[in-house]
Design a protein around this ligand. Structure first.
Ligand code: FPP
Length: 250
């Protein structure tokens, strides 16, 4: 069976009643994809945009409600200046091309991360997209941009400390719910499924608090080769997992 056929078959097999509500993706392997082809790393990032577009489309089509994409981590600043500069330009370029389709498809854009530290143009492009899509209710796309999971938790701890210092809450009131409310993902239920392509089997400081009971799905293929069939395969496999949340049976 060819790849396209497999996608169609998976589409039929997927249980519409058990679509993961929130899917998170670590879009990894762009650099290696490019190197394999003798291309500069940035060509890999550019090709990754096509996978991003295809993934947003299929996720929306099958009824995923939240898609969280790791676009730039707080550790990615360590990369060569030219690559960082390119990665900072991508959201602007992408949004310029896609904002109309995103709006037409009722997609709401949100950003998780320290948006204030981004270069002016990147920040403006993201803030414009947030504003323009604010009223949309079809699917939320979270771009984790200048995001780190540990930093997310530190920020929440600082905010909760301020509440304590001002006597706005008592120590005994601090619980998991309150901590969740001070994370960037405030208001989003935790991811049901986390996808990581590229063969790496790690989390890389992504959504550390939020993935306590998330199902993890890994594949060896590089992000620019990730197509809708892979997404459907991940969802199909997810539907065969027995989620126990620490209990006995899902
Ligand atoms: C990881 O691959 C990928 C990134 C750091 C960037 C991912 C970003 C995009 C696909 C586009 C973002 C677009 C928008 C609209 C915000 P890598 O470079 O670490 O690959 P490698 O491990 O093979 O070197």
């Amino acid at each position: 069976m060819d790849f396209e056929e497999k996608g169609k078959q998976l589409y039929q097999l997927i249980d519409q009643e058990r679509i993961p509500y929130h899917v998170a993706i670590i879009m990894d392997g762009n650099g290696r994809w490019a190197r394999k082809r003798g291309l500069p790393r940035i060509a890999g990032h550019r090709a990754g945009i096509d996978s991003l577009r295809e993934t947003i489309r299929i996720a929306r089509e099958i009824g995923v409600k939240i898609l969280t994409l790791y676009t730039f981590s707080t550790e990615n600043w360590k990369r060569p200046k030219s690559e960082v500069k390119f990665l900072m330009k991508l959201p602007e370029e992408y949004l310029q091309k896609e904002i109309e389709e995103l709006c037409a498809n009722n997609v709401k854009i949100r950003v998780l991360g320290l948006i204030k530290e981004l270069p002016e143009n990147t920040r403006r492009a993201l803030e414009d997209a947030i504003k323009r899509t604010k009223g949309n209710e079809g699917m939320v796309v979270n771009f984790a941009m200048n995001y780190g999971g540990r930093g997310d938790i530190v920020r929440a701890v600082k905010k909760i400390s301020q509440l304590l210092l001002r006597d706005d809450i008592k120590e005994g009131e601090i619980d998991e719910e309150i901590i969740s409310q001070y994370l960037y993902t405030k208001g989003c239920p935790d991811p049901d499924l986390l996808i990581r392509p590229s063969g790496e089997l790690r989390i890389s400081n992504f959504l550390l608090w939020q993935i306590a009971y998330t199902e993890l799905w890994f594949t060896d293929i590089y992000w620019p080769d990730f197509k809708k069939t892979h997404f459907l395969q991940a969802v199909y496999d997810f539907q065969r997992r027995n989620r126990k949340f620490g209990g006995i049976k899902g």
